[in-house]
Design a protein around this ligand. Structure first.
Ligand code: ADP
Ligand code: ADP
Ligand code: ZN
Ligand code: ZN
Length: 745
């Protein structure tokens, strides 16, 4: 399959909303896919091209190996020819636990260890003696984690209560739960006596009763004291590798300290005693990338030493992509989506693969206008190594460097799914497509700001890189927080501001999906009203029209899909044969509302549903969905299939009704075409006109120019940032010399 031809040829793509489209994509070029949100870019690039490339690649492996690979269904496309092996660089978090750091993930740590084994003094051993992930290298006390975790007894126990009253506060030990039962059923305690009244012996038994035995009913088992059990079940696990929910619970009951033996250096004393120019490897791994580069350039010989040269080259790539403020020791689980994507790019730039198919999803997310030029440079480097690069992107500066552009449209959902333009940037600008016409427009900077109604103070903020920041957020206006990546925007707003002002509503990009039955109708809350309306019209119970009740299809339990588990594989899902994916029993589908069944309604887009419903509680929500640019979304579309940006706008549509007064949004323009951004600004303006306070973290110049108030943080990322560079209206920012943002307005 991997043949050398000048084009990837796609014939008859019909996935999701794609209208049987065919196109040629030039190889060894950068092709950017543009179009409004929901037009079909991801359906083409990810669901069709990437999926088929992965499927074809898997077929080249033996049947045995295939058993270990995730399963990729055949996309709905007639055929695709001349595909290469795909590498997909998306914004999914890297994760990976405490042992995964920027250094280990990008393999740059290998080079640093090699350098220490060669020129560090005194000599300790080969490179692995410097790895906290090998038995030879790791600190024996903390096993290479750098931290020790202790249980906080005062948080775990309410000593004024008895076992029966719920003295153990951990949710897994709630009264009646299986984990709780061992203690009251052991017969060792007075279950109604408050813990504070236990004598020394009872307390010892309760917390550390390792050699006791208990029996209840026919069971007999080894008793385990509460602390012993907690230690075995939780403390021995890596918190960074836990699910968000488990980690939150875990952190609630523990406190972690820097390891007293290695002081966070993670390594053996021998490894930590080895130095280059007075610094050990843990100290260098804690340096920000920019600082590490200047240090190494001074103390090594990059011309004579190939390892030093290679290390400097890789470090420079981190700086080039706008991550100069990260250290090699930074745990990957703490990176944002945009940072994760850029770290993935660095990992791939390190390999020498050519003739690959690189596929990127909006790589400009989280990047300041200044850093987009550097991103472009890296995309071009990937291409110049002989790779084909496909990018889904809205940023005009990225679109401008494309060798080839494919514009999908003309609009979203059923009104999209066609190729409306193919060609060069110059031709796109002259075309009469929506994308072309927006490329010409410049949004003017706001001249007359709204008057604030008051302000919310942020006092003495020192978290991460913040340098004792004191700043007032004006209320009743639109504030945009700006600054290069790593300057401290999220730290200031998402961490410090929200902890000082917890009643704000946060509309972020964390996934909205609650369970496999969630859909826009359930998420926004209108499903309840839709069921009531169906019930009233038909004189039956509303519960019949719920996905998970008496009315749902017995075969698929209301999912519409049936999952088959396969050994080693992800499992495959297929449409339920009984309800044909309609999710409900046949008799439920007989009930109609103005001629439509419940399944017909869930198959409507928000736009169609807005026409169909007049009900007072339903209509405003549908109107809000249309307003935020989600007119193309079906009411019953599983939330697992929608993107982060779409999810964020769905949250926005939902929260608009909750009458909060302070809204915080992190890069709400993600995934939005410039025409969609106009819609978004409309909603935000309406919120603010109603005297709400809106705070955005944004890089998009259209949004910055329309703010009432700007707080610019910087001047640079990391330790070179963390100061307020400017606060005031956008017109005044233009003349602020120290602000990097000002140069792009
Ligand atoms: P874009 O990437 O241009 O924002 P998408 O390709 O994600 O657009 O979506 C195109 C259309 O296909 C939209 O109407 C979207 O709701 C729909 N769609 C996307 N994924 C799915 C899916 N898994 N199931 C059903 N519809 C989908
Ligand atoms: P921005 O939002 O402007 O991109 P951030 O607030 O994310 O910037 O980061 C500001 C500084 O704080 C950077 O030096 C970053 O590396 C650091 N930082 C952010 N989150 C963490 C974390 N979880 N652990 C350690 N450092 C962090
Ligand atoms: Zn240690
Ligand atoms: Zn079914």
């Amino acid at each position: 399959m991997m043949q050398d031809r000048a084009f990837i040829e796609v014939y008859g793509a019909r996935e999701n909303n794609l209208k049987n489209i065919s196109l040629n994509i030039p190889k060894q070029r950068v092709t950017v896919f543009t179009g409004v949100s929901g037009s079909g870019k991801s359906s083409l690039v990810f669901d069709t091209i990437a999926a088929e490339a992965q499927r074809q690649l898997n077929e080249t492996f033996t049947f045995f190996v295939q058993g270990f690979l995730p399963h990729y269904g055949q996309p709905d496309v007639e055929r695709i020819e001349h595909l290469n092996s795909p590498i997909i660089i998306d914004q999914k978090r890297v994760g990976g636990g405490s042992r995964s750091t920027v250094g280990t993930y990008t393999d740059i740590a290998v080079l640093l260890r090699l350098l220490f084994s060669r020129i560090g003094q005194p000599y300790v051993g080969p490179g692995y003696a410097f790895s906290f992930n090998t038995p030879q290298g790791m600190c024996p006390e903390c096993e290479g984690i750098g931290k020790t975790v202790q249980l906080d007894m005062d948080k775990l126990l309410d000593r004024s209560k008895s076992l029966n009253e719920g003295a153990i506060l951990h949710p897994e030990f709630k009264v009646g739960k299986w984990m709780w039962k061992m203690y009251p059923l052991s017969g060792l305690f007075d279950n109604d006596k408050p813990i504070q009244d236990y004598n020394e012996q009872e307390l010892q038994a309760f917390l550390y009763g390792a050699d006791l035995k208990v029996s209840w009913g026919e069971f007999s088992s080894k008793y385990e004291g509460l602390l012993e059990r907690f230690e075995r079940m939780y403390l021995k696990k890596d918190a960074a590798a836990m699910s968000d929910r488990n980690r939150a619970v875990f952190e609630q009951f523990t406190s972690s300290q820097i390891c007293p033996v290695c002081h966070g250096g993670r390594l053996t004393q021998a490894a930590l005693n080895c130095r280059i120019a007075g610094r050990n490897i843990a100290e260098l791994a804690d340096f920000e990338a920019t600082d590490l580069i200047s240090f190494l350039a001074d103390v090594t010989d990059p011309i004579g030493d190939r390892v030093a040269a290679k290390l400097l080259e890789r470090m420079q790539q981190l700086v080039d992509i706008g991550l100069g403020y990260l250290s090699l020791s930074r745990e990957t689980s703490t990176l944002s989506g945009g940072e994760s994507q850029r770290v993935k790019m660095i990992r791939h730039l390190g390999n020498s693969l050519t003739e690959m198919l690189y596929i990127l999803d909006e790589p400009s997310v989280g990047l300041h206008a200044r850093d987009v030029a550097r991103l472009n440079n890296l995309l071009q480097q990937l291409r110049d190594k002989g790779n084909t690069v496909l990018v889904v992107e809205h940023d005009p500066d990225v679109i401008a460097i494309a060798d080839h552009i494919v514009d999908i449209g003309p609009r979203a959902g059923v009104h999209g799914g066609e190729v409306v333009f193919e060609g060069s940037y110059a031709d796109l600008k002259r075309s009469n497509t929506l994308t072309g016409s927006y490329l010409q427009q410049v949004v003017p900077t706001k001249q007359h700001s709204r008057q604030p109604t008051g302000y919310l103070p942020i006092v003495n903020a020192n978290l991460h890189n913040l340098k004792n920041v004191n700043v007032n957020i004006p209320t009743g206006v639109l504030t945009v927080v700006t600054g290069v990546a790593g300057s401290g925007k999220s730290t200031l707003i998402n961490e410090v501001f929200l902890s000082q002002h917890p009643n704000a509503i946060v509309i972020d990009q964390s996934r909205v999906t609650a369970n496999s039955r969630s859909a826009p109708a359930t998420y926004t809350g209108i499903m309840d009203d839709i069921r009531q309306t169906f019930a009233k019209a038909n004189g039956v119970s509303a519960s019949l029209f719920s996905f998970n009740s008496t009315g749902s299809c017995d075969n698929c339990n209301g999912l519409g899909l049936v999952y088959t588990d396969l050994a080693f594989m992800e499992g495959i899902s297929s449409t339920c044969e009984i309800c044909e994916g309609k999710r409900f029993k046949a008799e439920v589908l007989e009930y109609r509302l103005r001629g439509k069944s419940i399944s017909d309604v869930l198959d409507m887009t928000a736009e169609e549903a807005l026409d169909f419903f007049n009900e007072k509680k339903i209509k405003p929500v549908l109107q809000a969905m249309n307003d935020v640019g989600l007119s193309y979304l079906k009411l019953g579309q599983p939330l697992s299939t929608i993107s982060g940006g779409e999810g964020q706008r769905l949250k926005l549509a939902t929260e608009l009704h909750k009458k909060a007064s302070v809204y915080v949004m992190d890069e709400p323009t993600t995934g939005l075409h410039r025409s969609d951004i106009g819609l978004l600004m409309g909603i935000i303006d309406r919120l603010v006109d109603l005297k709400n306070t809106v705070i955005l973290i944004e890089h998009h110049l259209d949004i910055i120019r329309q703010a009432d108030w700007i707080i610019d943080i910087g001047p640079e990322g990391g330790s070179a940032g963390g100061e307020i560079i400017f606060e005031g209206p956008p017109m005044a920012l233009k003349t602020c010399q120290r602000s990097i943002t000002a140069k792009f307005l």
